[in-house]
Design a protein around this ligand. Structure first.
Ligand code: FAD
Length: 449
């Protein structure tokens, strides 16, 4: 059977999967002037997730009006770790089906064409005229495809995986109580708990996929209940609650799904490209921000094919860097829980990915200027950036001001005269007071040079 083009989209982009990453990329690509269609197929399970306040700020800045409306006020997040308990920051409890529907509304409002269907087969490598095959039987072609299927996407050939983890979620209904969320450690994993004002509770046990005795679907509810009964904080939170749905087990292994561009016409984004351990509490934010890089990469591939290698290397470098940073920060958090050093769950996670120091802890190298890829006006190009231990991929601009020429100027000045020199350079660059103070703060945080 022949492939068809979505009417008007032969030269357009087809996004596969309408989660946070797919919607982010689709909206940005439409804003860059591309004709964008997106295949939307709802997730087969309900989940509640805790969104860090920066998700709402990010969505506000990116113009997601409908998605913002379904994010409630943040509630307190309690963390019980290594025998102590602290109220650490806050998060909003979001029902994913509501959130995903709202994202779709935002995408449609931005001019993205939505096709309600499911992709059964992706375009094939080496066959330039092949496209996607849908459950409805349609076969669609496009100029470029974005794989945003989240964790439903297959593990790719060179993928880098963390310890194999499963998360078993259960929805509960109980009496009305104060809303909040909590994280607590136990001998063979950790539990996330969330409670809405209306008494809806959500528990999520995260454990090794091969934890002894875990049954399949049959018997999972009883097994889970039994596990949660051995976790004091879960007993306290779920007191008086009854299950409101069958439990759901989902894979939650950290994964960098290399290669990110399996061939010239497909790019993986969001969790499909890089999924972090849910312990980070900011998986969704990472999916949004990594997906936000993709439109400039795709725009470059389509409009400046001579810069394809630069754009793809930029994308892979960024995602590798983010993945390693999350993996090492997560490792240190697992290490901070010292009560079960011999338990396989804790031992394995305290050793992955390596012994390298976590991001932001090194302070040895003086800043230097280097040529690196940056996002400029929706395209990837090379620019002079400042490379530091904290930002090894380089910082191009702070508050819109290029920092490499400022560093050049400062390095040519005696150390004792640098504060005055920075003010003079900022004045010459025509920088207003607010931006100048952001740049001064940024330089003040650098290793002395
Ligand atoms: C157990 C667990 C708990 C988590 N908890 C949190 C949390 O509390 N806070 C947080 O910030 N993050 C959390 N995350 C991370 C967060 O869920 C993800 O980072 C985020 O959803 C990724 O967005 P995405 O768009 O890449 O993928 P997804 O949200 O998975 O979206 C992918 C979309 O593609 C669709 N799709 C899949 N296959 C096809 C197909 N063949 N055809 C068409 N469509 C398809 C799916 O139905 C879905 O709509 C958690 C993750 C897990 C695994």
């Amino acid at each position: 059977m022949a492939y068809e083009a979505v009417p008007g989209s032969e030269a357009g982009v087809l996004v596969i999967g309408a989660g946070p990453a797919g919607c982010t990329a689709a909206i940005s690509l439409a804003r860059l002037g591309h004709d964008v269609s997106m295949i939307a197929y709802p997730r087969g399970f309900e989940a509640y997730e805790g969104l860090a306040p920066r998700v709402a700020s990010w969505l506000r800045a990116a113009g997601f009006a409908a998605a913002l409306r379904v994010i409630p006020q943040p509630v307190k997040r309690r963390v019980e770790w290594d025998g102590s308990s602290v109220d650490r920051n806050a998060e909003s409890i979001v029902r994913r089906s509501d959130f995903d529907r709202a994202l779709l509304e935002d995408a449609e409002a931005a001019g993205v064409r939505i096709l309600h269907d499911q992709v059964r087969r992706l375009p094939r490598a080496g066959l330039d005229d092949s496209g996607v095959v849908l459950a409805s039987g349609r076969r669609l072609v496009a100029r470029f495809f974005v794989d945003a299927r989240g964790r439903a996407a297959h593990r790719a050939g060179d993928s880098r995986d963390g310890p194999v983890t499963v998360s078993i979620a259960q929805l509960w209904q109980g009496p009305a109580r104060d809303p909040g969320t909590a994280v607590t450690a136990c001998a063979d994993g950790w539990v996330w708990l969330a409670r809405e004002e209306n008494g809806i509770c959500f528990s999520q046990l995260n454990c090794a996929a091969d934890v002894p005795g875990r049954p399949g679907v049959r018997g999972l509810a009883a097994w889970l209940r039994n596990r949660l009964e051995s976790v004091p904080l879960a007993c306290e939170w779920l007191d008086g609650c009854a299950p409101a749905a069958e439990p759901v087990a989902r894979a939650s292994t950290a994964r960098l799904n290399l290669p990110l561009a399996p061939h010239g016409r497909v790019l993986r984004i969001g969790d499909c490209a890089m999924a972090v351990d849910p312990l980070s509490g900011s998986g969704l934010f990472q999916a949004l921000s990594s997906a936000a890089l993709a439109p400039a990469v795709i725009n470059t591939l389509l409009r400046m094919p001579d810069s394809a290698a630069l754009a793809l290397n930029f994308y892979e470098d960024r995602l590798r860097h983010l993945f390693e940073r999350f993996a090492r920060t997560g490792r240190d958090f697992y290490r901070a829980e010292t009560r079960w050093p011999a338990a396989p769950f804790w031992r394995e996670r305290a050793a992955w990915p390596d012994e390298e120091i976590a991001h932001g802890m090194r302070r040895a190298r003086a800043p230097e200027v280097a040529l690196r890829a940056v996002v400029d006006d929706g395209l990837i190009r090379q620019a002079r950036v400042v490379v530091t231990d904290d930002q090894p991929l380089g910082t191009w601009r702070v508050a819109g001001i290029e920092v490499a020429p400022l560093l050049d100027g400062l390095q040519a000045t005696r150390e004792t005269e640098r504060a005055g020199a920075l003010d003079r350079l900022l004045g010459q660059a025509g920088c207003n007071a607010q931006n100048a103070s952001a740049v001064r703060r940024w330089f003040a945080g650098l290793q002395p040079f």
